[in-house]
Write a protein that binds this ligand. Structure first.
Ligand SMILES: Nc1ncnc2c1ncn2[C@@H]1O[C@H](COP(=O)(O)OP(=O)(O)OP(=O)(O)O)[C@@H](O)[C@H]1O
Ligand SMILES: [Mg+2]
Length: 310
């Protein structure tokens, strides 16, 4: 579903991505870890087509993104749910209107169906009782969950999450983790999750990757990541101050290769193999078994008026 091949990206004179490669298959959740400023959000922006690589290739749902024109790129983005790091809600619109935005922008659906889907999406993140509120009237964690509802409203085939649990209490975090697992298992969605929340990472990941020095420093199943002796991985997952990630050390990997960590490499030498998405646990996607329920109530127009008056 997602293939990033040997991508390089320079921003503000700094090589942020430097031969980055990753792949994610249908029904797979890949978690990306890495230090602040290392390029995690930049990676997600390449997948959604908001950024183009300087070199290398990004293929999503069998489309080489470099070959899509403006209109095709917009269509591409409709197939991807993107939870922005900051939620990115519009302050002058209430939650219903914010969540409905992708539908109103892209699809000519009847208002009643839009409202039905808005309520479904807000119910998923347990915000159905706050539909009329403005973003300024709810907590940071609630804004995050509303951003997630908006990312899911188009029933996307791929969902990208930029720190979905940051700022959430443990119970809300568990709700999000469960939702991510449900979407994968019931709808076969491919998901990429950027997080600093280790409990969440281990609760949702099929594979975990560590981004460092412009490429995936290591990638493996949660068990492999947990048990590897790779000092960089151990430093990150245990939050140790001292270690390879504290210095700008380059770990020399062969071009385009990704290290698959196992139980006993220390530190991993050039990778024995590149992970194949089909190696991940086989899930049986059932597109009909939507995680979204069917409750409906036509409230959009009333709320739109209310939002305008505030
Ligand atoms: N549009 C841009 N123009 C110039 N530099 C950028 C742009 N976007 C990101 N950068 C730079 O690229 C680097 C990586 O940014 P990115 O947002 O991907 O970090 P991150 O790994 O997501 O960090 P965090 O965990 O803090 O969110 C940073 O140094 C950032 O300043
Ligand atoms: Mg970021």
């Amino acid at each position: 579903m997602i293939e990033i091949e040997n991508v390089t990206k320079v921003l503000s004179g700094r090589k942020i991505l430097d031969g980055m490669s990753l792949s994610v298959g249908a029904g797979e959740t890949l978690v990306i870890l890495g230090r602040s400023g290392i390029g995690k959000s930049v990676t997600l922006r390449h997948i959604v087509g908001l950024m183009q690589p300087d070199s290398g290739r990004v293929t999503v749902l069998d489309n080489d993104l470099a070959k899509l024109d403006g209109r095709a790129l917009l269509q591409h983005r409709r197939k991807i749910g993107y939870l922005f790091q900051d939620g990115a809600l519009l302050n002058w619109m209430n939650l219903s209107q914010n969540v409905a935005l992708p539908l109103i922008e892209h699809e000519k659906l009847p208002k009643s169906e839009i409202m039905e889907r808005v309520e479904e999406a807000l119910s998923l993140v347990e915000l159905e009782n706050h539909m009329d509120k403005l973003p300024s009237e709810i907590s940071g964690g609630m804004r995050k969950r509303a951003g997630l509802a908006r990312a899911l409203i188009n029933r996307p085939q791929i969902v990208l999450y930029d720190e979905p649990t940051s700022g959430l209490d443990p119970i809300s975090s568990s709700l999000i983790n469960r939702l991510i697992n449900d979407l994968k298992e019931r709808m076969g969605i491919a998901q990429v999750v950027v997080t600093h929340d280790m409990a969440s990472a281990f609760a949702i990941a099929d594979r975990i990757a560590l981004l460092h020095n412009g490429r995936l420093r290591a990638v493996g199943t949660p068990e492999e990541i947990q048990s590897t002796r790779d000092r960089a991985v151990q430093q990150f997952i245990h939050g140790k101050i001292d270690g390879p990630l504290s210095h700008d050390q380059r770990h020399h990997l062969a071009d385009g290769e990704t290290t698959v960590v196992g139980g006993d490499e220390s530190p991993p030498s050039p990778a024995p193999s590149t992970p194949n998405p089909t190696d991940s646990p086989a899930l049986s996607p059932d597109p009909k078994a939507g995680a979204i329920s069917n409750r409906a109530e036509s409230r959009l127009s009333g709320e739109a008026e209310k939002g305008k008056n505030q």
